[in-house]
Design a protein around this ligand. Structure first.
Ligand code: PLP
Length: 691
């Protein structure tokens, strides 16, 4: 059950975990009770780092590990900064040999608390690789690794009584100083977090209390035996963590990134604060209060650490939150799914050329192309040179075909970026070749659309293209112009186009001229035609999981919409009966009307006419009608029947919310256009959020 108020318990608990880490390094109870201090710092405080691992694992797995790269980058950056930050203390406390430095850098950390960074980095990579085996197997392996680590930690004295184990640990400890590291310690907790086990709240609470007693007993017992080589790892610890995490998860809602960042900074800074508190106390003659009294020492370090961390957070540049006003949400899983479905709908040997022109129909060309590359797509089509270069600059490899005109003088740019250019007519081909730079091209054939291409019957011209010295003809293609229609005359026209296309290809081959890659189908060619044995099919709109309009297609493919368009409720107000609303006072309240002002308008790419054509939005999963005239940056919605609507609510213009769904096809149809236009006109000020 979720509480009504937002409580980001997981992130907030990190703050408590940071306090526990400070306890661990300051021994608050040492002046009062040695055993109590052992329990606090060597048992209870040992919950902190596993908790950090679990939260990381949990959020990484929630994002299907997609953010692992960014996560590792951030950690590496932080680790780098931390290394520099602690260099003065390294220098002060004595020198290391280069070998020790390397070992510290890779495993132990260059200062005592920094082991956390290499451990998290290695642990996350190991956990990710293990998770590919499925969670049960991954957890099994990680548990075995943990057991190995345990023998080198709290249970060391017992483990080394077995000679084989002694040899094992001797080996391990020549490589690293501790077994609580990225291999034996971190993966289990990262994966336990990834598992995100949810128990009933009371079960979790009872389990936590009970297992904490067990952990305490285990810790004190091992302590009394004096077998601990180190005291980070206990048998009961993963069990305690499982219950604790489940308990927190059961009351968690939302995130508090600030708390997470603050905890991380406190972790990073507190050893410096210890040094400074000690130095300061000595300088001021306050040793009694801030050094000798363990509680005073702890409190001073904790307060100082939190203040320093808070100050640093304040100084940090603020990032724009992408979901603040209006945004495009891109479902990359749906995209990859669609690419697979389309690929399997093609003839054997025919491959997908994904059309990512117009910023991937408003979906963000770079993100889309990169996701497709990862899914083994190796051919892309764009509309112009700038789009092709933009992809290359961002590291997109594979074939990139420019479907539209490129001025011949830009031939060197084409060559420089290995882009393939369409020859749009004879003059274009001649001029391209005349630049003196060899360029890869596909010849466009005009099979009846009369837009771009060489006439299919003008064999002499086609043959001349093959004789041009600087055209490397790598493909021949055409475009169908009525393949979206199933009217008999349109179907006949499409087949005539196909006949002309294949006829010209036959002629070329008979002349000994190689057409290279051949392609003619686009989305509707895939939906409405039998499979074509070509090299490629160029899928645009279908890739994005929608049809152009509402007309039915011959085949139905299981495609999923990739884009959702969302905004926020900016303000809610009541308009009394009879009052006019908005520009032109176009809408008149026929009852006392609750109006929601929504933070998106026609400058964001929505057709202005939509509001008057029965446009609707989803708020809290419920449909609400647009009223009045759409503004440039806002639109108005009647929420009289949705009393729960409040400012800040998410508003869905396209996509799903709860059980409700608004399809792009419907919206385009209402405005007398097609989804291709609607999507490709999405405003550049709408941030793209990949989900
Ligand atoms: C835009 C375009 C496509 C993609 O069309 P969809 O109908 O979106 O699949 C294919 N080929 C050419 C030449 C295009 O211009």
């Amino acid at each position: 059950m979720k509480p009504k108020t937002r409580f980001p318990a997981l992130d907030r608990f990190r703050l408590l975990a940071a306090v526990l880490v400070i306890c661990n390094h300051t021994s608050p109870l040492a002046s009062y009770t040695a055993l109590g201090d052992f329990w606090l710092t060597r048992v209870l405080a040992r919950l902190a780092v596993p908790f950090f691992f679990m939260v990381s694992g949990y959020f990484l797995a929630q994002g299907k590990w997609r953010s692992l790269g960014a996560f590792l980058k951030k950690l590496l950056l932080l680790y780098g900064c931390a290394i520099l930050l602690y260099l003065p203390l390294n220098w002060y406390s004595g020198s290391y040999t280069p070998g020790q430095w390397l070992r510290n850098l890779l495993a132990e950390g260059t200062f005592y608390h920094l082991w956390y960074f290499p451990a998290t980095i290695l642990g996350a990579v190991v956990a990710r690789q293990l998770s590919r085996l499925g969670l049960p197997a991954a957890l099994g392996i990680a548990a075995v690794l943990y057991l190995v680590g345990l023998g080198g930690d709290s249970y060391y004295g017992l483990a080394v009584q077995v000679p084989a184990l002694k040899a094992l640990y001797d080996g391990i400890f020549t490589l690293c100083g501790h077994s609580r590291n990225g291999l034996f310690f971190a993966p289990l907790f990262l994966l336990l977090g990834a598992a995100g086990v949810t128990l009933r709240r009371w079960t979790a609470a009872a389990g936590f209390s009970l297992s904490l007693v067990l952990l305490s007993a285990e810790g004190l017992w091992l302590h009394s035996l004096g077998v601990q080589r180190h005291d980070s790892m206990y048998l009961a610890l993963p069990v305690v963590m499982l219950f604790l995490f489940s308990l927190l998860q059961s009351c968690n809602s939302g995130r508090d990134k600030r708390a997470g960042d603050l905890a991380q900074l406190v972790y990073l800074l507190h050893p410096w604060c210890i040094v400074l508190v000690r130095g300061g106390a000595k300088a001021l003659g306050l040793e009694g209060l801030f050094i000798e009294n363990s509680l005073g020492h702890f409190a001073a370090v904790a307060i100082f650490s939190f203040c320093a961390a808070g100050l640093l957070l304040r100084l940090r540049p603020r990032k724009l939150r992408p979901k603040s006003r209006a945004w495009r949400e891109i479902d990359l899983d749906a995209l990859v799914h669609n690419a697979r479905v389309l690929q399997s709908a093609l003839a054997p040997g025919c491959r997908l050329m994904t059309v990512v022109k117009a910023d991937a129909y408003g979906h963000g060309a770079v993100t889309v192309a990169k996701a497709l590359r990862r899914a083994k797509v190796d051919a892309f089509a764009v509309s112009c040179l700038a789009e092709g270069v933009a992809l290359r600059r961002r590291g997109v490899r594979g074939t990139i075909l420019i479907l539209g005109y490129t001025p011949p003088e830009d031939a060197p740019v084409l060559a420089r970026w290995h882009l393939t250019q369409t020859v749009v007519d004879e003059a274009h081909g001649q001029a391209l070749s005349a630049q003196g730079v060899p360029v890869s091209v596909h010849l466009a054939l005009d099979t009846g659309m009369h837009r771009l291409g060489l006439s299919t019957v003008d064999y002499a011209t086609i043959a001349r293209m093959y004789r041009l010295p600087n055209l490397k003809i790598r493909g021949v293609f055409s475009h169908l112009c009525v393949s979206d229609s199933q009217a008999p005359e349109d179907v006949a026209f499409t087949y005539a186009q196909l006949t002309r296309f294949y006829g010209t290809l036959d002629w070329l081959r008979n002349q000994g001229l190689d057409p290279g890659a051949v392609h003619i189908q686009s989305s509707y060619g895939i939906w409405n035609l039998p499979q074509q044995s070509c090299t490629y099919a160029r899928a645009g709109i279908a890739l994005y999981g929608v049809h152009s309009g509402t007309a039915p297609t011959r085949r139905s493919l299981d495609l999923r919409p990739v884009l959702s368009l969302r905004a926020r409720v900016a303000s809610v107000r009541t308009v009394p009966t009879g009052q006019g609303v908005g520009y032109g006072l176009d809408f008149h309240a026929r009852r006392d009307t609750r109006l929601a002002v929504v933070s998106i308008g026609y400058a964001d790419g929505l057709p202005r006419c939509l509001a008057q054509q029965g446009g609707q939005v989803l708020i809290r999963g419920q449909l609400c009608p647009m009223v009045g005239r759409m503004c440039m940056d806002q639109l108005l919605v009647d929420v009289t029947d949705l009393p729960q609507a409040v400012p800040g609510d998410m508003v869905t213009l396209i996509g799903r919310d709860g059980d409700g769904e608004l399809r792009a096809e419907e919206l385009a149809w209402q405005c007398g256009t097609i989804t291709n236009e609607l999507l490709s006109r999405m405003g550049a000020r709408l941030p793209l959020v990949s989900v």
